[in-house]
Design a binder for this molecule. Sequence first.
Ligand SMILES: NC(=O)c1ccc[n+]([C@@H]2O[C@H](COP(=O)([O-])OP(=O)(O)OC[C@H]3O[C@@H](n4cnc5c(N)ncnc54)[C@H](OP(=O)(O)O)[C@@H]3O)[C@@H](O)[C@H]2O)c1
Length: 251
Amino acid sequence: MKYAVITGTSKGLGASVAKQLMEATYHVIGLARHENQELATAELPGSYTHYQVNLADLPATESTFQNIIAFLKQKQLDELLLVQNAALVQPIEQAGKQEMQHLADHVHVNLLAPMIITNLWLDAWRESGISLVMANVTSGAAQRSVYGWNAYCSTKAGLDRFTETVALEQAELGTDHKVFLFDPSIMDTDMQGEIRSSDRTQFKDVEQFKDYKKNHNLRDTDTVASVLVEKLVAPERIKNGEYYSVKDIFR
Ligand SMILES: NC(=O)c1ccc[n+]([C@@H]2O[C@H](COP(=O)([O-])OP(=O)(O)OC[C@H]3O[C@@H](n4cnc5c(N)ncnc54)[C@H](OP(=O)(O)O)[C@@H]3O)[C@@H](O)[C@H]2O)c1
Protein backbone atom coordinates (compact mmCIF):
# COMPACT_ATOMS: atom_id res chain seq x y z
CA MET A 1 0.00 0.00 0.00
CA LYS A 2 1.07 3.58 -0.65
CA TYR A 3 0.95 5.97 2.32
CA ALA A 4 1.60 9.71 2.58
CA VAL A 5 1.83 11.64 5.85
CA ILE A 6 1.28 15.38 5.34
CA THR A 7 1.32 18.20 7.91
CA GLY A 8 -1.05 21.15 7.51
CA THR A 9 -3.88 19.48 5.56
CA SER A 10 -6.80 21.52 6.94
CA LYS A 11 -6.47 24.11 4.14
CA GLY A 12 -4.09 25.71 1.63
CA LEU A 13 -1.32 23.81 -0.14
CA GLY A 14 -1.43 20.84 2.25
CA ALA A 15 -5.11 20.19 1.46
CA SER A 16 -4.45 20.28 -2.29
CA VAL A 17 -1.46 17.92 -2.02
CA ALA A 18 -3.53 15.52 0.10
CA LYS A 19 -6.40 15.51 -2.41
CA GLN A 20 -4.11 14.92 -5.40
CA LEU A 21 -2.25 12.09 -3.67
CA MET A 22 -5.61 10.49 -2.80
CA GLU A 23 -6.52 10.77 -6.49
CA ALA A 24 -3.26 8.94 -7.18
CA THR A 25 -4.38 6.07 -4.84
CA TYR A 26 -2.31 7.08 -1.79
CA HIS A 27 -3.70 6.66 1.70
CA VAL A 28 -3.15 10.04 3.28
CA ILE A 29 -2.63 10.70 6.97
CA GLY A 30 -3.09 14.43 7.52
CA LEU A 31 -2.25 16.55 10.55
CA ALA A 32 -3.47 19.98 11.63
CA ARG A 33 -5.33 21.61 14.50
CA HIS A 34 -8.53 21.71 12.42
CA GLU A 35 -10.13 18.85 10.52
CA ASN A 36 -10.79 18.84 6.79
CA GLN A 37 -14.30 17.54 6.12
CA GLU A 38 -13.87 17.75 2.36
CA LEU A 39 -10.94 15.32 2.45
CA ALA A 40 -12.55 13.10 5.10
CA THR A 41 -15.69 12.60 2.99
CA ALA A 42 -14.10 12.62 -0.48
CA GLU A 43 -14.80 9.59 -2.63
CA LEU A 44 -11.40 9.05 -4.20
CA PRO A 45 -9.23 5.98 -4.88
CA GLY A 46 -7.09 6.73 -1.79
CA SER A 47 -8.31 7.40 1.77
CA TYR A 48 -7.89 10.20 4.33
CA THR A 49 -7.27 9.88 8.07
CA HIS A 50 -6.88 12.99 10.21
CA TYR A 51 -4.77 13.42 13.34
CA GLN A 52 -5.61 16.60 15.22
CA VAL A 53 -2.49 18.14 16.74
CA ASN A 54 -0.95 21.50 17.53
CA LEU A 55 2.59 21.27 16.15
CA ALA A 56 3.66 24.05 18.54
CA ASP A 57 3.11 21.48 21.31
CA LEU A 58 6.23 19.34 21.01
CA PRO A 59 5.28 16.49 23.38
CA ALA A 60 1.91 16.20 21.58
CA THR A 61 3.73 16.22 18.23
CA GLU A 62 6.05 13.44 19.36
CA SER A 63 3.26 11.22 20.73
CA THR A 64 1.07 11.79 17.66
CA PHE A 65 3.90 10.68 15.38
CA GLN A 66 4.60 7.68 17.59
CA ASN A 67 0.93 6.69 17.15
CA ILE A 68 1.13 7.21 13.38
CA ILE A 69 4.31 5.13 13.18
CA ALA A 70 2.75 2.33 15.28
CA PHE A 71 -0.29 2.36 12.93
CA LEU A 72 1.89 2.28 9.80
CA LYS A 73 4.05 -0.54 11.15
CA GLN A 74 1.00 -2.82 10.95
CA LYS A 75 0.62 -2.11 7.23
CA GLN A 76 2.25 -3.58 4.16
CA LEU A 77 4.09 -0.47 2.94
CA ASP A 78 5.12 -0.21 -0.71
CA GLU A 79 5.71 3.55 -0.57
CA LEU A 80 5.92 6.02 2.29
CA LEU A 81 5.94 9.78 1.74
CA LEU A 82 6.34 12.50 4.36
CA VAL A 83 5.44 16.08 3.39
CA GLN A 84 6.21 18.70 6.03
CA ASN A 85 4.12 21.62 4.87
CA ALA A 86 2.55 23.18 7.99
CA ALA A 87 3.92 26.61 8.86
CA LEU A 88 2.92 30.04 10.05
CA VAL A 89 4.13 33.44 8.94
CA GLN A 90 3.18 35.25 12.18
CA PRO A 91 4.56 37.14 14.03
CA ILE A 92 4.93 39.74 11.28
CA GLU A 93 6.65 42.47 13.24
CA GLN A 94 10.08 44.02 13.64
CA ALA A 95 12.35 42.42 16.24
CA GLY A 96 11.96 44.28 19.51
CA LYS A 97 8.15 44.34 19.32
CA GLN A 98 7.31 40.65 19.52
CA GLU A 99 5.62 38.49 22.17
CA MET A 100 7.81 35.67 23.45
CA GLN A 101 5.04 33.07 23.13
CA HIS A 102 4.37 34.01 19.49
CA LEU A 103 8.05 33.61 18.68
CA ALA A 104 8.24 30.27 20.51
CA ASP A 105 5.15 28.92 18.68
CA HIS A 106 6.54 30.10 15.37
CA VAL A 107 9.91 28.37 15.82
CA HIS A 108 8.23 25.22 17.14
CA VAL A 109 5.86 24.82 14.17
CA ASN A 110 8.20 25.95 11.37
CA LEU A 111 11.51 24.45 12.48
CA LEU A 112 11.60 22.37 15.65
CA ALA A 113 8.58 20.19 14.76
CA PRO A 114 10.05 19.30 11.32
CA MET A 115 13.37 18.45 13.00
CA ILE A 116 11.71 16.29 15.67
CA ILE A 117 9.46 14.57 13.12
CA THR A 118 12.40 13.85 10.78
CA ASN A 119 14.36 12.39 13.68
CA LEU A 120 11.47 10.10 14.71
CA TRP A 121 10.83 9.14 11.09
CA LEU A 122 14.39 8.13 10.23
CA ASP A 123 14.72 6.20 13.48
CA ALA A 124 11.40 4.38 13.02
CA TRP A 125 12.14 3.07 9.52
CA ARG A 126 15.88 2.38 9.90
CA GLU A 127 15.63 -1.42 9.72
CA SER A 128 12.55 -1.53 7.50
CA GLY A 129 14.10 -1.65 4.04
CA ILE A 130 11.72 1.13 2.91
CA SER A 131 13.16 3.96 0.80
CA LEU A 132 11.74 7.09 2.39
CA VAL A 133 10.76 10.21 0.47
CA MET A 134 10.57 13.38 2.58
CA ALA A 135 9.60 16.80 1.20
CA ASN A 136 9.98 19.96 3.27
CA VAL A 137 8.06 23.03 2.09
CA THR A 138 10.23 26.12 2.11
CA SER A 139 9.86 29.71 0.86
CA GLY A 140 11.84 32.30 -1.08
CA ALA A 141 12.03 34.05 2.31
CA ALA A 142 14.69 31.50 3.32
CA GLN A 143 17.07 33.20 0.92
CA ARG A 144 16.43 36.88 1.46
CA SER A 145 15.72 39.18 4.39
CA VAL A 146 12.28 40.80 4.41
CA TYR A 147 11.44 43.68 6.76
CA GLY A 148 8.99 42.36 9.38
CA TRP A 149 9.52 38.69 8.55
CA ASN A 150 12.58 38.13 10.76
CA ALA A 151 11.01 35.03 12.34
CA TYR A 152 9.77 33.53 9.06
CA CYS A 153 13.02 34.21 7.14
CA SER A 154 15.00 32.62 9.98
CA THR A 155 12.92 29.46 10.38
CA LYS A 156 12.69 28.84 6.62
CA ALA A 157 16.46 29.37 6.26
CA GLY A 158 16.93 26.96 9.17
CA LEU A 159 14.65 24.41 7.51
CA ASP A 160 16.67 24.69 4.27
CA ARG A 161 19.97 24.09 6.03
CA PHE A 162 18.49 21.28 8.12
CA THR A 163 17.12 19.55 5.00
CA GLU A 164 20.41 19.88 3.12
CA THR A 165 22.34 18.52 6.11
CA VAL A 166 20.03 15.53 6.56
CA ALA A 167 20.36 14.83 2.82
CA LEU A 168 24.15 14.88 3.16
CA GLU A 169 24.01 12.50 6.13
CA GLN A 170 21.73 10.05 4.33
CA ALA A 171 23.96 10.13 1.24
CA GLU A 172 27.06 9.42 3.33
CA LEU A 173 25.25 6.67 5.23
CA GLY A 174 24.42 5.08 1.88
CA THR A 175 20.65 4.90 2.50
CA ASP A 176 18.21 5.22 -0.40
CA HIS A 177 16.25 7.90 1.44
CA LYS A 178 15.53 11.15 -0.36
CA VAL A 179 14.85 14.43 1.39
CA PHE A 180 14.28 17.57 -0.65
CA LEU A 181 12.97 21.14 -0.50
CA PHE A 182 9.95 22.42 -2.37
CA ASP A 183 9.42 26.16 -2.85
CA PRO A 184 5.77 26.87 -3.80
CA SER A 185 6.32 30.61 -4.45
CA ILE A 186 3.30 32.88 -3.86
CA MET A 187 -0.10 31.17 -3.55
CA ASP A 188 -3.63 32.35 -2.90
CA THR A 189 -4.08 31.03 0.66
CA ASP A 190 -5.04 32.27 4.13
CA MET A 191 -1.34 32.85 4.79
CA GLN A 192 -1.33 35.54 2.06
CA GLY A 193 -4.48 37.03 3.63
CA GLU A 194 -2.61 37.33 6.94
CA ILE A 195 0.31 38.99 5.17
CA ARG A 196 -2.03 41.53 3.48
CA SER A 197 -3.72 42.33 6.80
CA SER A 198 -0.49 43.51 8.44
CA ASP A 199 0.20 47.23 8.43
CA ARG A 200 3.13 49.05 6.87
CA THR A 201 4.89 49.61 10.20
CA GLN A 202 4.98 45.82 10.68
CA PHE A 203 5.61 44.81 7.07
CA LYS A 204 7.13 47.35 4.69
CA ASP A 205 6.19 45.49 1.46
CA VAL A 206 2.50 45.07 2.33
CA GLU A 207 1.30 47.13 -0.69
CA GLN A 208 3.26 44.89 -3.06
CA PHE A 209 1.50 41.84 -1.60
CA LYS A 210 -1.90 43.55 -1.91
CA ASP A 211 -1.03 44.13 -5.56
CA TYR A 212 -0.17 40.43 -6.05
CA LYS A 213 -3.76 39.61 -5.07
CA LYS A 214 -5.30 42.49 -7.06
CA ASN A 215 -3.31 41.59 -10.18
CA HIS A 216 -4.02 37.83 -9.88
CA ASN A 217 -0.32 36.99 -9.41
CA LEU A 218 -1.02 34.41 -6.71
CA ARG A 219 -1.14 30.82 -7.98
CA ASP A 220 -3.95 28.58 -6.84
CA THR A 221 -2.90 25.73 -4.58
CA ASP A 222 -4.10 22.96 -6.93
CA THR A 223 -1.72 24.20 -9.63
CA VAL A 224 1.20 24.38 -7.20
CA ALA A 225 0.35 21.01 -5.61
CA SER A 226 0.37 19.33 -9.01
CA VAL A 227 4.05 20.26 -9.42
CA LEU A 228 4.99 18.74 -6.06
CA VAL A 229 2.78 15.67 -6.52
CA GLU A 230 4.29 14.94 -9.93
CA LYS A 231 7.65 14.57 -8.12
CA LEU A 232 6.31 12.65 -5.14
CA VAL A 233 4.68 9.92 -7.23
CA ALA A 234 7.87 9.33 -9.24
CA PRO A 235 10.66 9.15 -6.62
CA GLU A 236 13.16 8.07 -9.26
CA ARG A 237 12.98 11.66 -10.55
CA ILE A 238 13.85 13.15 -7.12
CA LYS A 239 17.47 13.92 -6.31
CA ASN A 240 18.36 13.64 -2.63
CA GLY A 241 19.00 17.15 -1.25
CA GLU A 242 17.59 19.02 -4.23
CA TYR A 243 15.86 22.40 -4.13
CA TYR A 244 12.81 22.23 -6.32
CA SER A 245 10.61 25.23 -7.10
CA VAL A 246 7.23 25.64 -8.74
CA LYS A 247 9.05 28.26 -10.84
CA ASP A 248 11.06 25.41 -12.44
CA ILE A 249 7.78 24.52 -14.19
CA PHE A 250 5.70 27.74 -14.26
CA ARG A 251 7.61 30.95 -14.94
N1 LIG B 1 1.08 31.08 0.69
C1 LIG B 1 2.22 31.46 0.15
O1 LIG B 1 2.27 32.42 -0.66
C2 LIG B 1 3.49 30.73 0.48
C3 LIG B 1 4.68 31.17 -0.14
C4 LIG B 1 5.87 30.47 0.11
C5 LIG B 1 5.86 29.39 0.97
N2 LIG B 1 4.68 28.99 1.57
C6 LIG B 1 4.74 27.82 2.44
O2 LIG B 1 3.79 26.86 1.98
C7 LIG B 1 3.31 26.07 3.07
C8 LIG B 1 1.78 26.07 3.09
O3 LIG B 1 1.35 27.41 3.26
P1 LIG B 1 -0.17 27.84 2.99
O4 LIG B 1 -0.10 29.15 2.30
O5 LIG B 1 -0.94 26.71 2.44
O6 LIG B 1 -0.60 28.14 4.50
P2 LIG B 1 -2.06 28.18 5.19
O7 LIG B 1 -3.13 28.26 4.17
O8 LIG B 1 -1.95 29.21 6.26
O9 LIG B 1 -2.14 26.71 5.84
C9 LIG B 1 -1.22 26.36 6.83
C10 LIG B 1 -1.46 24.92 7.27
O10 LIG B 1 -0.56 24.67 8.37
C11 LIG B 1 -1.30 24.24 9.49
N3 LIG B 1 -0.75 24.74 10.74
C12 LIG B 1 -0.41 26.01 11.05
N4 LIG B 1 -0.09 26.10 12.35
C13 LIG B 1 -0.23 24.85 12.87
C14 LIG B 1 -0.06 24.29 14.15
N5 LIG B 1 0.29 25.04 15.20
N6 LIG B 1 -0.28 22.97 14.33
C15 LIG B 1 -0.68 22.19 13.29
N7 LIG B 1 -0.86 22.65 12.04
C16 LIG B 1 -0.64 23.98 11.84
C17 LIG B 1 -2.70 24.83 9.31
O11 LIG B 1 -3.64 24.04 10.00
P3 LIG B 1 -4.48 24.49 11.30
O12 LIG B 1 -4.59 25.98 11.29
O13 LIG B 1 -5.78 23.77 11.14
O14 LIG B 1 -3.68 23.97 12.45
C18 LIG B 1 -2.88 24.72 7.79
O15 LIG B 1 -3.38 23.43 7.47
C19 LIG B 1 3.95 26.68 4.32
O16 LIG B 1 5.10 25.94 4.65
C20 LIG B 1 4.34 28.08 3.87
O17 LIG B 1 5.40 28.60 4.63
C21 LIG B 1 3.52 29.64 1.36
